[in-house]
Design a protein around this ligand. Structure first.
Ligand code: SAM
Length: 236
């Protein structure tokens, strides 16, 4: 069961020069630039190889990119060197962030990071985001509604250049799905936590107030949240 293999094989999140990655940038850049109006300090949480960090750096933001995966951070550091960038990349866990309270004006959690987290884990991540976000900061969330996507995944066979979906196992409660990808030479499985828009919004409601929710394509949402008031935070 390997996300590492998944990210190696499919370039959507791992190769900033691939058409798939470029398509994501085209989709998200107008929203990011519209809603991140004032310059400030940004945490790009679960930043992957870091392109969204570089994008916002080019717009004048000060960026810290965090990812739990050593390989992702290594690749981000390579891109950083090529670009002569000042983004600070760190390997850390989104559930336990090495930052002081109120230390960022914006937290980005984009590109479908939610599939990595069970409900209790995502709860912990949201709690951490609320803690490190300044009182008047903004939390920017982007995800694909995997619950809505499942029927489409069931009927789609070819994925990427060489692989097809050879098996798909849904648990009874549809909390996660295990997908087996096969090529002429090998196969691997990945376990995705299934998150739909409603469940994400309910969880986010514990820590944030929604400011905006945009449907940016058939399955994908771009949302903005403000942290809840301090009194409520202390009780949470
Ligand atoms: C779908 S990729 C998206 C990467 C990036 N946000 C983007 O849009 O290109 C999800 C990322 O979440 C990272 N990740 C998974 N669990 C994490 C955790 N507990 N803490 C920090 N990052 C995590 C993975 O390593 C991966 O790079």
């Amino acid at each position: 069961m390997s996300f590492r293999k998944y990210y190696q094989v499919f370039k959507t999140y791992s190769d900033i020069n691939s058409p798939e990655y470029k398509k994501r940038i085209e989709e998200l850049e107008p929203h990011l630039t519209k809603y991140l109006a004032n310059k400030g300090r940004v945490l790009d949480l679960a930043c992957g190889v870091g392109w969204f960090s570089f994008l916002l750096e080019d717009y004048g933001f000060e960026i810290v990119g965090v990812d739990i995966d050593e390989e992702m951070i290594k690749k981000a550091q390579e891109y950083k060197k090529e670009r002569n960038s000042n983004v600070v990349f760190m390997q850390a866990d989104a559930k336990n962030l090495p930052f002081d309270d109120n230390s960022f004006d914006y937290v980005l959690f984009i590109g479908d990071n939610v599939i990595h987290f069970t409900p209790s884990e995502l709860n912990q991540v949201f709690k951490e985001i609320q803690r490190v976000l300044s009182r008047d900061g903004l939390f920017i969330l982007h995800f694909n509604d995997l619950r809505e996507m499942i029927p489409m995944l069931k009927s789609s066979n070819i994925v990427g250049e060489k692989y097809w979906v050879s098996k798909m196992l849904l648990d009874k409660e549809e909390k996660f799905v295990i997908i087996e990808y096969q090529s002429p030479n090998d196969y691997f499985r990945v376990k995705f936590n299934i998150w739909g828009k409603t469940a994400i919004e309910l969880l986010a409601k514990l820590y944030f107030m929604q400011v905006e929710s945009l449907r940016i394509n058939e399955y994908s949402y771009f949302q903005m949240y403000k942290p809840k008031e301090v009194e409520i935070r202390l009780q949470a």
